[in-house]
Ligand binder design. Structure first.
Ligand code: BJW
Ligand code: ZN
Length: 240
């Protein structure tokens, strides 16, 4: 449903329990490419071909090259006014949770603290053999794939297609959505599950839903307010 910015601002102001769900679109204005749509391709590959455990097993060097390319872009990027507006919102609301599908760390760098990351973190690695996970902010690696001290290959500690989401993060997200009065959905194509299912879940438990996106998504017709535009421009107006 279309609605005015004024109406959406009022709903945000009134709600005490707010959940925000973000996707790659919120980081687009920081210069980080989204997955789908224009600029979503790397060389000739689609994310669905690289973000899988099968792709890593087949060609770990290729998958690591993609992640190192993304790391190099993210390292140069800075949080934008959209990220900063969500930090302000967190400070104003007694109950607040920011749920992100992004792995870029820009929400943390902006100052968001009540945050759950559904798809992991591009700045962490995990050993495929012993499971050890650690922070790794290198932009160049001596060998691809890098090795754990146990000899196993290290992979990015992110969630690929066919893999389960981190259980604690997912449970916390579901709990928050169930008690939310308002869900603000920002910059996600809402086609990747189970993250996208948080939107109908909020609807079922009676929350109002506001969507901020450049384009229409599968859930646009079902939300209370669909605002078309850039997150970095609309969020500062919604959360002045
Ligand atoms: C702007 C803007 C601006 C631009 N301002 N807006 C139910 C139905 C169908 C399929 C499934 C299902 N349940 C599970 C599945 C399978 C699968 C799935 O969803 N497939 C579909 C794609 C068909 N899901 C999974 O496999 C998940 N695991 C799972 O379900 O486990 C259980 C299980 C186990 C075993 C077998 C089966 C099930 C895991 C999903 C993991 C997703 N991983 C990735 C990669 C993460 C690591 C990395 O970053 O490399 O996560 S894929 C990629 O997509 C990434 C993102 O987080 C995710 C979502 O993308 P997002 O953020 O929405 O970005 P875009 O690019 O799609 O959209 C950007 C949007 O911004 C657009 O709308 C623009 O218009 C907008 N925009 N600029 C505002 N300035
Ligand atoms: Zn190991």
């Amino acid at each position: 449903m279309a609605c005015t910015l004024e109406q959406a601002r009022k709903w945000i102001e009134e709600a005490e329990r707010i959940v925000v769900l973000t996707g790659a679109g919120i980081s687009a204005e920081s210069g980080v490419p989204t997955f789908r749509g224009t600029g979503g391709l790397w060389r000739q590959y689609r994310p669905e071909e690289l973000a899988t455990p099968e792709a890593f097993a087949r060609d770990p060097k290729l998958v690591w090259e993609w992640y190192l390319w993304r790391r190099s872009i993210i390292a140069k990027a800075a949080p934008n006014p959209g990220h900063l507006a969500l930090v302000r919102l967190e400070a104003r609301k007694p109950e607040f949770l920011l749920i992100t599908q992004n792995v870029d760390g820009l929400h943390e760098r902006a100052g968001s603290r009540r945050l759950v990351k559904l798809h992991g973190d591009i700045w962490e690695v995990r050993c495929v053999q012993c499971g050890r996970q650690e922070r790794d902010e290198r932009l160049e690696l001596p060998e691809l794939p890098p090795r754990c001290s146990c000899g196993g290959s290290l992979r990015p500690a992110v969630v690929w297609f066919g893999e389960d989401l981190p259980e604690n993060a997912w449970n916390e997200a579901v709990r928050a959505v169930h008690s939310a009065q308002l869900l603000l959905v920002v910059g996600t194509s809402a086609v990747v599950y189970p993250a996208a299912s948080l939107i109908p879940m909020a609807r079922t438990s009676g929350a109002r839903i506001i969507e901020v996106n450049l384009e229409e998504t599968p859930y646009s017709p079902a939300v209370d307010c669909a605002l078309r535009g850039r997150a970095g421009e609309l969020l500062p107006q919604l959360i002045p």
